[in-house]
Write a protein that binds this ligand. Structure first.
Ligand code: SDX
Length: 428
């Protein structure tokens, strides 16, 4: 007999089913609540509301646990390649050697974007934010593949779109950087692996070769894995909502990029570095800035701190913090921003305001410091987040489509004017 809960409204008592997940999480299923009682529930920001069941990613905010398809993030970040993790998230299992080789070949052969795409890049101003270019370019890609606009066409057609997206997003990202530098674009090279190819397209010039440093490619591989998915976050939920209307996958991913751009979400990695530089330029008075973050009258927030789910520590932040020390040490980079970040973390974690609210460094607090050391400009940081998150968005979209979920269309409680008659303008 499955568990139920009782809800009493007035004289009537309603019995609602409880669903339980594989990690013993429980939810009250309110699917029938409105039809039976006329009531809906409301939960602004969905802080306590589940939008779906999912088998892709599990995280436990209290225990600081994060697993992709059951595999702990710590093991994947240490032992796996990013494309291997992408396959795992999208298809639900670690690929065999044969499956992985075929997957990599499918992606390598789609890294070029249509030459006509170059016209769009040449039209963007140098100061165009690369996230704006990325969101627009992903939707533009769909215009080159009209046959891919039907998300239900066939598994083969969906796989081809998945391969194209994974293959072309590094090219689009690197080209947006070259656009900002007003440098000629660099084309992908098939002999490079995924991370090497991206770095080559970013930093090679027609006048000189660029050989990716294994320290840098390994650091990038780890960062992309750590960003690959995070269950029903703002951008993944956006991809699911847009995809639920049967919009094509390019459009759904483009919407996810737009949601990620916000400084409260993926845009935080850029905002963290800008915040730390501001604190350094302001004389490094940490107490002053901690107090500003605590002051309700002050709009300043400690960027890279706090999380909707992690009320203990973000396991990704722990790994990235250690990686920052490793990478900067190996590259011989001394960055005052890392020092001030560590001091800020120490002051904040010993402050009652942050402790009582469970505010700890999140994935964005240290990631920008590594990107800086890899030579990636600050405005590209959120694009790097999007590169990592793409397989997670695809996996979430694929699961939503496989489960034939209905179009997302929340209810509301109306609080506006009750009925009134129109008044002619000369009588207002
Ligand atoms: C990501 O969802 C995901 O999984 C996202 C992500 C992913 O992988 O997809 O993990 C990636 O987006 C990480 C978060 C990056 N954003 C930032 O670092 C921006 C700074 N952080 C905050 O804006 C905030 O912590 C959020 C947006 C991350 C979470 O906001 P919530 O869950 O809505 O929490 P809240 O705003 O209700 O805060 C609760 C309390 C409030 O104080 P009180 O009203 O209780 O007095 O904590 C305070 C907030 O004012 N607070 C902060 C704070 N974050 C929360 N105060 C100062 N500085 C902060 N950073």
């Amino acid at each position: 007999m499955s568990e139920t809960v009782k809800l009493t409204i007035g004289e009537k008592t309603y019995e609602l089913p409880v669903i339980e997940g594989s990690e013993n999480e429980k939810a009250i299923d309110i699917t029938k609540l409105r039809a039976e009682s006329g009531y809906i529930t409301i939960d602004t920001g969905f802080k306590n509301t589940g939008s779906t069941k999912s088998a892709v990613t599990f995280l436990d905010g209290e225990k600081g646990i994060l697993r992709y398809r059951g595999y702990p993030i710590e093991q994947l970040a240490e032992k796996a390649e990013f494309l291997e993790v992408s396959y795992l998230l999208i298809y639900g299992h670690l690929p065999t050697k044969t499956e992985y080789q075929e997957f990599k070949e499918n992606i390598t052969t789609h890294t070029l974007v249509h030459e006509d795409m170059r016209m769009f890049f040449e039209a963007y101003p140098a100061k165009a934010h690369p996230m704006g270019i990325m969101a627009a370019s992903l939707c533009t890609l769909s215009t080159f593949y009209p046959e891919s606009l039907d998300p239900n066409r066939s598994d083969e057609a969906v796989d081809l779109t998945i391969h194209r997206l994974l293959a072309k997003i590094p090219t689009l990202a690197a080209w947006s950087y070259k656009n900002a530098m007003r440098h000629p674009v660099i084309y992908p090279k098939n002999h490079f692996d995924y991370c090497e190819n991206f770095l080559h397209m970013m930093f090679a010039m027609p006048t000189c070769e660029y050989s990716p440093d294994p320290i840098i490619t390994n650091a990038l591989n780890k960062l992309l894995i750590l960003h690959a998915d995070h269950e029903q976050n703002c951008s993944a939920s956006t991809v699911r909502v847009v995809g639920s209307s049967q919009a094509n996958l390019y459009a759904s991913i483009s919407a996810g990029v737009s949601a990620l751009w916000g400084p409260l979400h993926g845009g935080a990695n850029q905002a963290v570095i800008e915040m730390l530089e501001t604190i350094i330029n302001d004389g490094g008075d940490l107490e002053k800035w901690i107090n500003k973050a605590k002051d309700k009258e002050d709009s300043f927030r400690l960027m890279g701190f706090g999380h909707r789910v992690y009320k203990n520590f973000d396991p990704r932040a722990k790994i990235i913090k250690k990686a920052a020390d490793d990478v900067l040490g190996k590259l011989g980079v001394v960055d005052p921003v890392l020092d001030i970040a560590k001091k800020l973390e120490e002051v904040a974690l010993n402050d009652e305001y942050f402790q009582s609210r469970g505010l700890y460094p999140n994935v964005d607090f240290y990631s920008g410091i590594i990107y800086r050391a890899l030579g990636i400009p600050t405005e590209m940081f959120t694009v790097m987040f999007a590169l990592g998150r793409l397989p997670g968005w695809i996996a979430q979209w694929k699961e939503m489509m496989h489960d034939k979920q209905p179009i997302s269309r929340p209810r509301q409680i109306y609080t506006g004017e009750t009925e009134r008659d129109f008044v002619d303008i000369d009588k207002r």
